[in-house]
Ligand binder design. Structure first.
Ligand SMILES: [Zn+2]
Length: 393
């Protein structure tokens, strides 16, 4: 639509200076929309060069309002104060500010664009965000961040309320577990166990950050009775933290000093995506297992254990069948070494592909795992103790 034609149509609507000027917001530099509007109100004609500082009339006020903006721009002071107050107890380095405008204002604005064209416009919401954002960022001396802000502020004009979305803080780390009586996360075994790796590790971090809660994302998990010396990777998520600058080294030391069931290493701040990366990792592992046999085995028969190297088939073990899909999995066993303790006890060192069930590799799980230590030695075999010695990174 021709610029003059647009102007003629818009003039008849009774918009305030700011709302009129906003319809031509992308013309002219260094002007406020209400200044653009004031220039137009003094003129019958419009051309692209009209929007300049020298054409701004004397004694204009930004305080005008109309049916479209309904005076919301005159309340910027109030919303600025509300946002600052809502953010008082939070630490952050950057922000994103958004506004929820009443639906009928958005509808009216759309109607105007349909009738009068939408070239050179700025949406009312964008102008409001821009002006409010500028004030708040200046007051707090922080920067705007569009992709991953520490805090997203939503000013809801329909409810006259400010809502905050606080981004989690993510901390990468690795752990060893020295207890045979400790689950990884709190929620899974809440009633059976008094504590978990998660609770031990997260407690000082939740406290220091004043987070609402912690979430523990491990790169896989070991059974409750399995120790881990392989430095398993994890991401600790601190949900809705009030403080974001956390002394990682100091808290790592604290966790390691006050108890001896879990030790944590190599903490560092990380990003949300690290969580997914760890979940998707399929790391090979080296295990040490103490196997107890139902009968004494001769040295030459132990040598047969090497036959287990290669591809094994594992039907879903009986002990986890209530929580895992019934499948036959193929897994690689890369290496097995043994150390005979007595004729009925051996220490096994096994290198296996991610997801192999080692307890069943030893017992055979009544034929569900093939081949198995039990099958090869021709007797019952039980995994009495299991440790993860190494996890490939
Ligand atoms: Zn207006």
């Amino acid at each position: 639509m021709d610029l003059q034609k647009r102007f003629d149509k818009l003039k008849k609507l009774g918009l305030c200076d700011r709302c009129l000027g906003r319809q031509f917001a992308r013309l002219g530099y260094g002007l406020q929309n209400y200044e653009r509007g004031a220039i137009l109100k003094e003129s019958k004609e419009i051309h692209k060069n009209i929007f300049s500082q020298e054409n701004i009339p004397q004694d204009i006020s930004p305080k005008d309002d109309c049916f479209l903006c309904r005076g919301f721009f005159n309340k910027l002071d109030k919303y600025e104060k509300m946002v600052i107050a809502a953010l008082t107890n939070y630490e952050f380095n950057n922000l994103l500010i958004g506004t929820r405008f009443p639906q009928n204002i958005k509808d009216k604005e759309k109607e105007i664009w349909e009738v009068c064209g939408d070239q050179y416009i700025e949406p009312i919401k964008t102008e409001f965000n821009r002006l409010l954002g500028k004030r708040v960022l200046k007051r707090l001396d922080v920067t705007v961040e569009f992709n991953n802000p520490d805090i997203t502020v939503l000013v809801d004009l329909t409810k006259d309320k400010v809502e905050l979305q606080i981004s989690s803080v993510f901390i990468y780390g690795q752990y060893n577990k020295y207890s045979r009586n400790l689950p990884q996360t709190e929620w899974r075994y809440k009633n059976q166990y008094s504590e978990s790796i998660q609770e031990i590790v997260q407690a000082p971090f939740v406290e220091a950050s004043k987070a609402k809660e912690g979430k523990f994302h491990g790169a896989g998990r070991e059974d409750i009775d399995v120790r881990c010396f392989g430095k398993r990777e994890f991401v600790l998520e601190l949900v809705a933290p009030k403080k974001r600058s956390i002394a990682l080294k100091k808290l790592q030391k604290q966790v390691n000093m006050i108890q001896d069931k879990v030790e944590i290493f190599n903490l560092d701040f990380t990003v949300k995506d690290k969580k997914k990366e760890l979940k998707g990792k399929r790391a090979n592992k080296i295990y040490r297992a103490l196997a107890v046999l139902s009968k004494g085995i001769e040295e030459k028969d132990f040598k047969k254990l090497k036959q287990i190297v290669g591809t094994i088939k594992q039907d879903t073990p009986q002990r986890v069948s209530h929580k895992r899909a019934k499948l036959t999995r193929k897994r690689e066993i890369y290496k097995i070494d043994y150390d005979k303790l007595t004729s009925k006890k051996i220490d096994l060192t096994i290198k296996a592909e991610a997801g192999a069930y080692i307890k069943e590799l030893i017992s055979g799980d009544e034929g569900r795992t093939r081949p198995s230590v039990s099958q090869i030695l021709g007797c019952e075999a039980k995994c009495k103790r299991l440790d993860v010695l190494d996890i490939e990174k």
